[in-house]
Design a protein around this ligand. Structure first.
Ligand SMILES: *[C@@H]1O[C@H](CO)[C@@H](O)[C@H](O)[C@H]1NC(C)=O
Ligand SMILES: *[C@@H]1O[C@H](CO)[C@@H](O)[C@H](O)[C@H]1NC(C)=O
Ligand SMILES: *[C@@H]1O[C@H](CO)[C@@H](O)[C@H](O)[C@H]1NC(C)=O
Ligand SMILES: *[C@@H]1O[C@H](CO)[C@@H](O)[C@H](O)[C@H]1NC(C)=O
Ligand SMILES: *[C@@H]1O[C@H](CO)[C@@H](O)[C@H](O)[C@H]1NC(C)=O
Ligand SMILES: *[C@@H]1O[C@H](CO)[C@@H](O)[C@H](O)[C@H]1NC(C)=O
Ligand SMILES: *[C@@H]1O[C@H](CO)[C@@H](O)[C@H](O)[C@H]1NC(C)=O
Length: 390
């Protein structure tokens, strides 16, 4: 056996380490407040502020609209403030939105909030898509929800949208009401890849929508809602995050699966996270009343893994859609793996008969983001848009 070439090995390791820190989460320096806010930012970073005279734009959407519709990488730095506007990202080239903060690894310290007030109440809009605070989708049609088991028929020749959209330290609030009154989206991602880090998403109903061919990764973030607040057709992976129950209604997850010519993994996967009542006032009133999810169509797929559940969660875990409209068969996967805390009742899950408790072997198919995201042909897409270092 040959001796290892230690100097070469060390050099390779050093290079690897350099590569790892040169990743876009090296944007940390750009995020920190400094005398010249752009001093440590990538060249050509656009500055947004509603009050600082040095800013290029006073609204985030005007900065987004100024970007070339090409494949160039773009960065927008947003200074502290509350921005009341809807954001709509259609471009295909990489785009990163960063909120300025002195504590990049603390979501609760975020200083940038994007607010909008809209809900689809009694068909006040023709589609839920129009209510979202942030939309990432190449076209309006690609973002539409539609109705029925297969939803809106997005034209087959629609281009794929953004291949690498990222957000760091920004909160998105749909402030229409203080209860579920209709779909009221904070974020909507369709036919695009989007990563959210240390960000927040707040609404009561349908807070997070991941539409067709949407791939969304959430890490160290907070998502609050009451009814079906993680819903869609695409794929979402939620890592090390907090899900806040502002009340109970429907379930936390509501997904529509699809029949494809390849085995797909469309669904929502929640890993190493916490599910808790939003605050101590609401907590005692919702003990045992909230459900992990319910099937928006019969092919719903969702898995909570290694996740802490507080006493808010019902003993049965998941539930069927509704009486007389169950949407439940052996095509439905409403699952858990090694969840824990007062909201996990193994006997209750078995007696309830709707929740699947996965084995260690079964969960392997779903426990890593790279294993669940796929492109429109069922292949593993480029996953370089996921910031592994954040
Ligand atoms: C944004 O609005 C909230 C609530 O009104 C307020 O507490 C906060 O100070 C505002 N943030 C900034 C940076 O102005
Ligand atoms: C987003 O922008 C596209 C392109 O301008 C437009 O067609 C679409 O209507 C917008 N989407 C929403 C939800 O406003
Ligand atoms: C889109 O593709 C599907 C599946 O291949 C096919 O059933 C459908 O007819 C196509 N729709 C259009 C408008 O071409
Ligand atoms: C607690 O959460 C509920 C539901 O979101 C909200 O209506 C209420 O204002 C919150 N109370 C406090 C004290 O924050
Ligand atoms: C997919 O196919 C199965 C079996 O034929 C059917 O029960 C189900 O409704 C189909 N799902 C959709 C979304 O079309
Ligand atoms: C699901 O149920 C259907 C109808 O009851 C049955 O034909 C099929 O074999 C079952 N599939 C699986 C994977 O158990
Ligand atoms: C767990 O669920 C079973 C069956 O529903 C129920 O009898 C039991 O009281 C539950 N345990 C706790 C601690 O809630």
């Amino acid at each position: 056996m040959k001796l290892l070439n230690w100097p070469a090995l060390l050099l390779a390791l050093t290079k690897f380490a350099t590569l790892a820190t040169a990743h876009p989460s090296g944007l940390t320096k750009c995020q920190l407040p400094t005398r010249n806010p752009l001093s440590s930012c990538p060249k050509n970073t656009i500055l947004v502020s509603s009050s600082d005279k040095r800013a290029h734009f006073t609204t985030i959407q005007s900065a987004i609209l100024s970007l070339p519709d090409d494949h160039s990488s773009q960065t927008i730095l947003i200074l502290p403030g509350n921005y009341t506007e809807q954001l709509n990202v259609t471009r295909r080239g990489p785009l990163t939105l960063i909120g300025q903060t002195s504590k990049p690894t603390s979501q609760s310290s975020n200083t940038v909030t994007v607010l909008f007030s809209a809900a689809n109440v009694q068909a006040s809009y023709t589609d839920n898509a129009f209510t979202s605070v942030l939309t990432v989708s190449p076209t309006l049609e690609a973002s539409l929800t539609g109705s029925g088991p297969t939803g809106y028929a997005v034209p087959n020749n629609t281009v794929y949208g953004n291949t690498d959209f990222r957000v760091y330290n920004i909160n998105f609030r749909n402030v229409f009401s203080e209860a579920s009154v209709g779909p009221s989206l904070a974020v909507s991602v369709s036919r695009a890849n989007a990563g959210f880090y240390y960000s927040g998403f707040y609404s009561y109903q349908d807070t997070v929508y991941i539409g067709k061919l949407g791939n969304a990764y959430f890490k160290s973030s907070e998502i609050a809602g009451q009814t079906d607040f993680l819903y869609g057709f695409g794929t979402a992976f939620i890592q090390s995050s907090r899900l806040l129950l502002r009340n109970c209604g429907g379930g936390i997850t509501a997904w529509k699966g699809a029949n494809t010519t390849f085995p797909n993994k469309y669904g929502v996967y929640i890993s190493q996270s916490t599910v808790v009542a939003a605050n101590s006032t609401i907590a005692p009133t919702i003990i045992g009343k909230c459900f992990l999810g319910r099937p928006w169509n019969i092919q719903h797929r969702s898995v909570f893994m290694d996740t802490y559940l507080d006493a808010t969660i019902n003993a049965a875990g998941y539930k069927k859609w509704g009486t007389g409209d169950e949407r439940f068969s052996n095509l439905t996967l409403m699952a858990e793996y090694k969840d824990f805390g007062p909201g996990f009742n193994e006997t209750g899950r078995i007696v309830g008969g709707v929740t699947t408790l996965l084995s260690e072997k079964q969960v392997k198919a779903y426990d890593k983001p790279v294993d669940v995201f796929m492109d429109e042909n069922g292949r593993q897409p480029y996953v370089g848009w996921i910031d592994e270092d954040a």
